[in-house]
Design a protein around this ligand. Structure first.
Ligand code: FAD
Length: 675
């Protein structure tokens, strides 16, 4: 007889791929009680995604104002403190070359462009396989929490007590999970797909039928099987393209009806092609992506038999593209084939109690390496919001912004993917792409634009509770914040005070110096992912007496017991700070004395003394040049400004030093007064 246990947890994560693990990093860091289950007994150990956007790594470096639109992905890793290790290990992508047939139909190198536009980020796009990324995320989770992935566990039922969804402290989602006695019993071959001696990802591929139902049935029939009912405050489905959670909440994948089958080969190429890059990888490997065929809606129009798919057929397809150059290999590390369409889930959440993230709610081609990045960015967006609500710091209305923000990005991704994919469809017959009507110049321009998108830095969130900017005046349907109209207390930031810091985008990074010890820091390095909202005070030239008194008045207002800093900050906060105030002034560093500034800007504590890491300056460093932060951020040093930055480094609001009341109203629209 199977045993059933019952338990409670704040967050249950279903699926431990990149999306699930990224969510776990936030929850581990902020001290939330969570569990994470995965039906597989073991992790992937090669293959799958390998592209990393700059945003996933990033801390921006250069001083170009255009940097606000650039690479974004590495910043997330850097803000977790694992960016540098991954950056060192990854293969860096610096150049893209275009090959085109000439009039004799022979391929020649027609052009080359820089991969990541210069000035966008100090991290460029890079490749490292998914296993290592997951290793680093697991390492981080392990450093912050004893919680481990529970493997060989899958859900078999989910229900939401809708009476209780709005109640604080309720556990309205019940999930019964089953421990699988034999979780590794995956299909060893896939009907219609050839077997191969080389390690491959076919058994995890969606060309294989979803194994969930079979696994459950087998487990139920096994006397050793064991179930548990978990009562959770929140459940997040990070369970990939076949998502079981998606089915439970009735979210439907919408979009293009045509699927494509893609083949992937990780090989060390032996070739006379002059630049066999495709996707360069570590240890001399390159990755070839080959679109094998299309499959229409009723799955009848596949032009090839799936049993044809093998490393040999993929190599043949690649060789045809490269002819008259030749291509072969002695070492193939991994290969796979999988089927993808361009679709987005009709809903991202049910009652803001069950959420979907990653491949569970969007699918698209592997071009531009978006899959793993966008999946991690989904839960990077959700994690801090869940933590704030569970800790009672923010109202549940904050959670609606997850769906609005991330569904917008998924839709943009699908549109981008459709345009970008068209560029690659078929081989051009001549220098001019007659069929598509795209000449090489246009191709290059579209490609460059696409590169900007794929860097992850062009993300620009719409107005919401936590993005205080005006509604766009474009005659379109007004934006809504989930079910209710957007309301951020009618606070609208003053973008003109910092033209290089667009509200709704991630804050760009420029170097500033620590006032106390002159050490240069990228601004983004000062914003680790710990759940804190940052109040960046660009105090301007504080040697000027008028500006100095404005700065002092701001300090006084922030210090008042009525200010948001005090009302929303929990007493005795330790694991997760709520607010952090950082000053960046523009006076010569040596003419300012740290301890003469108002205490609130460099707080004192009995056991740790003065905080020397809160005041920074836009000045020339001894060894690393001048970040020219004010110039690059478009801030006038005579007036300065205040910038509110979210825990995920997106900009919420910009205002004047006197606008403390506006900040109060902004935070008051979703934060909760603490006892
Ligand atoms: P996934 O990585 O799919 O993780 C989902 C997790 O949930 C898995 O660990 C799974 O075991 C678990 N799970 C699923 N169902 C259940 C359930 N019912 N109960 C419990 N656990 C469950 N992207 C690229 O950019 N380039 C590539 O070359 C590439 N190749 C790929 C090859 C394959 C075979 C696959 C499957 C994907 C590939 N992708 C590739 C896509 C990329 O891996 C995904 O975009 C990325 O992993 C998405 O992360 P995720 O966490 O949302 O989902």
């Amino acid at each position: 007889m199977a045993v059933t246990d019952a338990s409670q947890v704040d967050v249950l994560i279903i699926g431990a791929g990149p999306a699930g693990l990224m969510l776990a990093t936030w929850l581990a860091r902020t001290g939330i009680i969570f569990r994470i289950v995965d039906k597989k007994a073991s992790r992937i150990n090669s293959g799958q995604a390998d592209g990393l956007q700059s945003r996933t790594f990033e801390v921006s470096r250069l001083s170009d104002r255009k940097s606000v639109h650039a690479t974004y992905s590495f910043k997330i890793f850097d803000s977790l403190g694992i960016g540098q290790d991954i950056w060192r290990e990854a293969n860096h992508m610096l150049e893209i070359r275009f090959w085109n047939p000439d009039k004799r139909n022979l391929l020649y190198r027609s052009d080359s462009i820089v991969d990541t536009p210069p000035g966008l980020s100090r991290f460029q796009q890079a490749t490292l396989h998914q296993t290592r990324i997951e290793d680093h995320l697991l390492g981080y989770i392990g450093r912050h929490s004893p919680i481990q992935v529970e493997r060989g566990v899958m859900p078999e039922s989910l229900s939401i007590d809708t009476e209780n969804v709005d109640e604080d402290g309720a556990y309205p989602v019940s999930v019964t999970t089953r421990h699988l006695p034999n979780p590794d019993r995956e299909p060893v071959s896939i009907a219609g797909v050839a077997k191969s001696a080389v390690p491959n990802g076919l058994f995890r591929s969606n060309l294989a039928a979803d194994t969930s139902d079979t696994l459950l049935q087998d487990a139920k029939a096994d006397a050793k099987s064991h179930t548990e009912t978990i009562h959770a405050k929140y459940v997040v489905g990070c369970d990939g393209a076949h998502s079981w959670v998606r089915r439970q909440i009735g979210s439907v994948m919408e979009g293009e009806q045509t699927d494509y089958i893609w083949g992937v080969l990780d090989i060390i190429p032996i070739t006379d092609f002059r630049s066999m890059m495709i996707i360069p990888r570590e240890n001399k490997f390159v990755r070839l992506y080959i679109q094998v065929t299309e499959v229409d809606e009723d799955r009848k129009a596949s032009k090839i038999d799936r049993s044809d798919i093998s490393p040999e057929t993929l190599l043949r397809a690649a060789s045809n593209i490269l002819a008259p150059y030749t291509l072969s290999y002695k070492h193939c590390h991994w290969w796979t084939a999988y089927q993808i369409g361009q679709r987005v889930g009709s809903k991202y959440s049910s009652h803001e109690r069950v959420f979907l993230a990653g491949d569970a709610v969007h699918t698209h081609s592997p071009k531009a390496g978006q899959g793993m990045n966008i999946s991690m960015h989904d839960t990077y967006n959700l994690g801090w919001k869940l933590a704030s609500v569970i800790q009672g710091r923010a109202d549940r209305s904050l959670l609606k912004t997850y769906s609005t923000e991330r569904r917008q990005i998924a839709q943009e991704l699908i549109e981008f993917d459709q345009k970008f994919s068209r560029l690659f469809s078929g081989r051009p017959g001549t220098d001019i792409m007659g069929e598509e009507g795209i000449d090489l110049k246009t191709f290059k321009q579209v490609f460059e634009k696409g590169n900007l998108f794929s860097s992850g830095l062009s993300v620009d969130y719409a107005p919401s509770l936590i993005v205080a900017k005006p509604q766009p005046f474009n005659g379109e349907t007004p934006l809504t914040n989930g079910d209710s109209k957007v309301d951020h207390g009618s606070v609208v930031g003053k973008h003109n005070l910092a033209t290089g810091i667009p509200i709704g985008m991630r804050i760009p990074s420029h170097k500033v110096l620590n006032q106390a010890d002159a050490r240069p820091w990228h601004l983004q390095e000062l914003l680790p992912s710990n759940g804190a909202w940052r109040i960046l005070v660009f105090a301007g030239d504080i040697i000027d007496p008028a500006q100095s008194s404005r700065y002092e008045a701001l300090g006084k207002a922030l210090n008042s017991p009525d200010s948001f800093l005090h009302r929303y900050r929990p007493n005795g906060e330790s694991v997760q700070p709520c607010f952090e105030v950082l000053t960046i002034h523009s006076s010569p560093r040596k003419e300012v004395e740290l301890l003469s500034l108002p205490d609130i800007f460099h707080p004192f504590s009995e056991d740790l003394g003065w905080d020397y890491n809160k005041v920074f300056v836009d000045d020339l460093s001894y060894h690393e040049g001048h970040g020219q932060a004010y110039d690059n951020y478009g801030i006038d040093p005579r007036t300065g400004c205040v910038v509110v930055v979210r825990p995920d480094q997106y900009v919420s609001w910009v205002g004047e030093l006197e606008d403390v009341g506006e900040m109060d109203r902004f935070f008051g629209s979703f934060m909760r007064v603490q006892a």
